[in-house]
Every structure is written in structure tokens, then in C-alpha cells.
Design a protein around this ligand. Structure first.
Ligand code: URA
Length: 186
């Protein structure tokens, strides 16, 4: 495994898939690299590609609001994506793109050693939990695997399209906060 500096250098020059040739900026992650929670989304959108930071567009703003309202502080989490370069037109990353990029994410998880991993949406769920699962069926239920507590929930962009998902995601993030509080007490 690489250390942080090596990882950043390796990501920054990566052309292991075609997304490397169309990105403006690589989006490695943001937040506390010693945080107990790691959140994982799908891939950078337009704003993220311009700024080089994940979840800084409309979906990210909504996520920030949700976390703040649940009293999950900025220092409590680190946030990253399945792929580190923007898929053109915000399409879903191809299998090959995700598979080539995943070693970087695994390296991040190894360095951060989070207690809790939150999968934001079906792409994160697919590569982290189960390729065949349905997010609407497994969201809100803890999965314990390899010492991590994993919580699948909706992608915040899905809430922008469908208001009825807001309450469900609120409940899921509430569970994350409860577990965080338990971890902090012990
Ligand atoms: N959607 C994602 O999945 N990730 C981002 O960083 C932004 C939007």
C-alpha cells in the first residue's frame, strides 16, 4: 500500500482508464484523513471536476445540510468516490473504469481505517457491498464486514429528483450518528 503522498502522486498522474484523458482535475477526496466515518459516492460531477473536490455541487450541498442537521461534524468524516475522474456527461462509470480505480479507494480505506463506511447510492453499493443488490431493498441496514460497519443509503442526487427519499435517508444517517456516538463513548 502507498502512503498518502505516494497515493496523491499516483492518482494525479493516473491514465489507467479513458477518464484520465477527459478530466480537468482529479478528485481524490476531502475531509479528515483520521475520521471514523468514510462516505463513498459514485464519481465527480461538473463542479467537482472543476474544483478537484468531491461533493461540492448541488448534491454535495444537500449532503452537507443533512450531515450538519444530524450533528455529524466535518472532522467526523472523509468523503471520496468510486472513480476519481469525471465520467463525461455524468454517466455512470463503466465497470472497467471502476475496477481500475478501486485500488486507489482501497488504499484510502487502508490509510484512514474508518469504523463506518457509508455507501451513497447504487454505484457505491455495487462495488463495496454486492453487485446484485438493490439500493431500495438494502438501504438503512447495517452490514458488518472485515471489521467495518457499512451503511448503504441513497445518493443525495436521488433526493433532488425524488423528495420522498429525504425522510428515508434522514433515518439512515440518524443510524450512522447513533453508531458514531457509541464508538466515541467506547
Ligand atoms: N456525485 C458523486 O457521486 N460524487 C461527487 O463527488 C459529486 C456528485
Amino acid at each position: 500500500m502507498l502512503n498518502w503522498d505516494e497515493l496523491v502522486a499516483s492518482c494525479s498522474t493516473c491514465i489507467k482508464c479513458q477518464l484520465g484523458s477527459t478530466r480537468k482535475k482529479i478528485v481524490i477526496g476531502r475531509g479528515n484523513i483520521n475520521a471514523p466515518i468514510m462516505m463513498i459516492g459514485e464519481g465527480p460531477g461538473e463542479q467537482e471536476d472543476l474544483q478537484g473536490l468531491p461533493f461540492v455541487g448541488p448534491a454535495g450541498k444537500l449532503l452537507d445540510l443533512l450531515l450538519e442537521a444530524q450533528m455529524i461534524k466535518k472532522e467526523d468524516y472523509y468523503i471520496a468516490n468510486i472513480v476519481k475522474c469525471r465520467p463525461p456527461g455524468n454517466r455512470v462509470p463503466l465497470d472497467e473504469e471502476a475496477e481500475r480505480c478501486l485500488p486507489f479507494l482501497r488504499n484510502q480505506v487502508y490509510l484512514i481505517k474508518p469504523k463506518i463506511i457509508v455507501c451513497l447510492g447504487s454505484t457505491a453499493m455495487k462495488y463495496i457491498i454486492d453487485k446484485e443488490a438493490k439500493i431500495t431493498q438494502i438501504r438503512g441496514q447495517w452490514i458488518e464486514r472485515k471489521g467495518y460497519w457499512i451503511m448503504p443509503t441513497f445518493h443525495p442526487a436521488a433526493l433532488l429528483r425524488d423528495e420522498s427519499k429525504k425522510l428515508l435517508m434522514w433515518e439512515d444517517i440518524k443510524k450512522v450518528k447513533q453508531r458514531l456516538d457509541n464508538i466515541c463513548q467506547n
